[in-house]
Design a protein around this ligand. Structure first.
Ligand SMILES: CC[C@H](O)CC(=O)C(=O)O
Ligand SMILES: [Mn+2]
Length: 349
């Protein structure tokens, strides 16, 4: 494996940095009901294990605690403050989706000790991140761009959008595989294109809907991605992310030691996070079909309801929605598609 490590060094001179997202992406799974005690314990144990960054926010980012996105049990600012309080070395990160979170919340999180922000937009809408990226830089925060649903844009478009984020001041841009739909070859192509076109770091955020999260993350690293996300025990939306303790174990076997204690991560997964999760994170029919169709997890329930109403298999609805490249906020399309499919089938009979 020495060859692999040498190969990686040629791809990037920057060290790989891991962001643990269970306290943010996992908030979706916890239905935003994290208690302060849970956040304190997870943050403390991650810190003791040597985790580089710990992301803490509502699942939909700062300001996400609303009726529309799900109310948090505990104000996320309180949770951010608690995580900062527990961390001696790990840095606390936050997620911000312009339109959901505002500069006001960003300043508040920064005052409480969050030192890194990822400003997230749909993969074709980087232009809405300009103000938030520049404000975060003014605050002195590490500021990274996060291009969600990356499978929906051709590579040239992704590069164009990442360049916009770079021009606004982002210090890295992530390829975010929100639906867990990217295939290894696509990850390779997208990360390589960004590495060749940007002068900043490139990151990768995987989801495990097609059981490819760890494999895709290794491919991203091989292509020079240095900002990497994982969720311990797969505690992230849908089928979860690259399982952090598994990814770290594989990297260690490959000769890449990131200074994070693997035994401590395994124990944290087993004794702390496992018992906290409402039900085991698995790739069930729902998460699989979301990855297969390439649509947001918020569409699943609506598609199932529409399927029942129109007598159509919800998988057919989701696949058609994927083909039409629907984005979050276009949930009204679900009924249209279901009605169209039902009509077409009646005509066929
Ligand atoms: C809605 C925000 C989303 O959970 C961000 C993210 O982690 C992703 O797109 O994968
Ligand atoms: Mn995610």
């Amino acid at each position: 494996m020495k060859g692999w490590v040498e190969f990686l060094k040629r791809k990037s001179d920057k060290p790989i940095k891991i962001t643990e997202v269970c306290l943010r992406d996992g908030s979706h799974v916890m239905q935003h009901q994290y208690t302060e005690a849970q956040v304190r314990r997870v943050a403390r144990e991650l810190d003791e294990a040597g985790m580089h960054y710990i992301e803490v926010s509502h699942g939909d980012g700062l300001g996400g605690s609303t009726l529309q996105y799900g109310k948090s049990l505990v104000d996320e600012m309180k949770l951010i403050e608690a995580a900062v309080d527990e961390c001696q070395n790990s840095k606390v990160a936050v997620l911000l989706l312009p339109g959901i979170g505002t500069v006001h919340e960003l300043k508040q999180a920064h005052e409480l000790g969050a030192s890194l922000v990822r400003v997230a937009t749909h993969v074709t809408e980087a232009d809405v991140s300009a103000q938030h990226i520049s404000m975060a830089r003014e605050l002195g925060m590490e500021t990274l761009g996060f291009l969600m649903m990356a499978h929906m844009a051709p590579t040239e478009k992704l590069v164009e959008q990442a360049k916009l984020m770079e021009s606004y001041g982002a210090q890295a841009v992530y390829v975010t595989d929100s639906a867990g739909a990217l295939l290894p070859q696509e990850v390779k192509e997208k990360i390589a294109a960004l590495r060749n076109s940007l002068s900043i770091e490139v990151g990768f955020h995987a989801h495990n809907n097609l059981s490819l999260a760890v494999a895709n993350t290794l491919t991203a690293i091989e292509e020079g991605a240095t900002r990497i996300d994982g969720s311990i025990r797969c505690l992230g939306a849908g089928a979860g992310n690259a399982q952090t303790e598994v990814l770290l174990s594989v990297l260690d076997r490959m000769g890449v030691n990131l200074g994070i204690d693997i035994y401590k991560m395994m124990d944290l997964a087993e004794n702390t996070v496992g018992p906290m999760i409402p039900r085991a994170q698995e790739i069930n029919r729902g998460s699989l079909v979301l990855g297969y169709a390439g649509v947001y997890s918020s569409f699943l329930l609506h598609a199932e309801r529409a399927g029942q109403r129109f007598g159509i298999d919800s998988r057919d609805i989701l696949i058609e929605l994927g083909k039409r490249k629907v984005v979050g906020g276009q949930e009204d399309m679900i009924l249209d598609v279901a009605a169209e499919l039902a009509k077409a089938r009646k005509l066929e009979v």
